[in-house]
Design a protein around this ligand. Structure first.
Ligand code: AMP
Length: 426
């Protein structure tokens, strides 16, 4: 019907879905509080430089996927493709280094990436993003992983797989990088064009390529864990034993990488068997050199981002509960025009008493109004006609069992509230 539709890869989250999203945000927010994370609201656009430096200018995100424009003041601005760089920028800008460490924050909102849209992949998508800034301790990594798993558990997600790896640090990564680059060079004719291009610039990212041919080559690639320095190895062992002590199951995936220098040590992902090729619900890890990369002092950090669109998708597929659907309590039915004003006053009184109530304003038959009440799945219909107006009463009909009573209109808010509470408890 509309001449202008939403752009490709962008969608509306309508009422039949938005209440499910609210449940997801509520559950994640409660989990955040239990783990000591405070919510922050960050800008949707930032200086382009923040992402170029904070994500890395050899990544697909920065090279191909950013929505970048010049604003009227001539500045290069980018719609955020992720939240970690903004979170670290905010930490530095507000001198959170003088607060007790670590500073633990989370945020949610839309992210923007110019990717090829497909199931579970959009150009505007929502993430919840958690960051723990200021602690180099391996338990900070374990806490982040445990937090994501606990949020998913509370949401009822099953069939999840946790994969972890270590990507080393600037002390041990150059030697591994060289080893990897030599190995891939020896099999370069089997790699795709993009990966051949990555050979010099960033061979670690080849491990990440989803193309069949490249995946085959990576199977025999040198193992990053074999070349970790002592500090990185100890860190990885402590993360593993921390996860073991919490009873969290995981696999090690040596191909899991964050191919940039400021990502250090732990990398992890949570995958769902219920999704297709876009099977990651959450990804994260440690980035001890990111703050420096964006011009600050060294600040160790670890975090994760989870995709809300995908979480909801998996929950729907797995038949998880989103809590009670927010239905209307009362639908008002007026039998004639003069009664409509009385009904309007009653609906207003019900709303102010904390009862969700609605009515039609058009001239519609009683039958049509009762139909609206049932299609809105209202618990009660409040019916007012000429005789009720004269008597100062209302007919309250329970739409579940059909029972109806006539009561003084002034008693209706308390009466309906009591009935709603007693049935909710039962
Ligand atoms: P990343 O920031 O790429 O590590 O992504 C973290 C999480 O965000 C992924 O595990 C997905 O759940 C979600 N995600 C990333 N890109 C998209 C996208 N284009 N559409 C929907 N969800 C996404």
């Amino acid at each position: 019907m509309a001449e202008i539709s939403a752009p490709r890869g962008v969608r509306d989250i309508l009422p039949d879905e938005s209440w499910k999203w609210a449940h997801v945000f509520r559950t994640i927010g409660e989990t955040a509080r239990n783990f000591g994370y405070s919510e922050v609201h960050l800008p949707i656009f930032e200086h382009t430089e923040l992402f170029a430096r904070g994500i890395g200018d050899t990544t697909d995100v920065v090279e191909k996927e950013m929505y970048t424009f010049t604003d009227k003041g001539g500045r290069s601005i980018t719609l955020r493709p992720e939240a970690t760089a903004s979170m670290v920028r905010s930490y530095l800008e507000h001198r959170m280094d003088i607060l007790p460490q670590p500073v633990k924050m989370w945020c949610t909102g839309p992210m923007f990436r110019y990717e090829r849209p497909q199931k579970g992949r959009y150009r505007q998508f929502w993430q919840v993003d958690f960051e723990s800034l200021g602690s180099p301790h391996p338990y900070a990594d374990v806490e982040i992983i445990a937090l994501s798993l606990e949020a998913f558990r509370r949401l009822g997600l099953t069939s999840l797989e946790v994969v972890i790896n270590s990507v080393g640090c600037p002390a041990c990564r150059p030697a591994y990088r060289k080893e990897l680059s030599d190995y891939f060079a020896s099999r370069s004719e089997e790699l795709c064009g993009t990966c051949r291009d990555r050979l010099e610039r960033n061979p670690l990212r080849i491990l990440d390529c989803k193309r069949e041919g490249c995946r085959k080559v990576t199977e025999d690639a040198p193992d990053v864990l074999g070349s970790l320095c002592e500090e990185c190895r100890e860190h990885f062992d402590s993360v593993r034993s921390g996860l073991d002590s919490l009873g969290a199951a995981y696999h090690i995936d040596k191909r899991l990488v964050r191919g940039l220098d400021y990502y250090t040590k732990t990398a992890y992902e949570v995958l769902s068997g219920a999704l297709g090729s876009q099977n990651a619900v959450c990804g994260g890890g440690r980035y001890d050199n990111l703050a420096e990369a964006i011009g600050g002092p060294p600040v160790p950090g670890v975090g994760f981002a989870a995709g809300v669109d995908r979480i909801v998708m998996v929950m729907e597929q797995e038949g998880c509960s989103f809590g009670p659907e927010p239905l209307i309590d009362v639908f008002g039915v007026a039998l004639d025009e003069p009664s409509r004003t009385e009904l309007f006053r009653l609906v207003d009184a019900l709303r102010r008493a904390g009862i969700s109530a609605d009515m039609d304003y058009g001239k519609r038959s009683m039958k049509a109004q009762m139909k609206s009440a049932s299609s809105r799945k209202a618990r009660f219909a409040c019916i007012i006609g000429e005789s009720e107006v004269a008597a100062g009463t209302v007919v309250v009909k329970n739409l579940q069992d059909g029972e109806q009573r006539e009561i003084p209109v002034s008693d209706a808010p308390l009466d309906i509230r009591t009935q709603l509470l007693s049935t909710r408890k039962g």
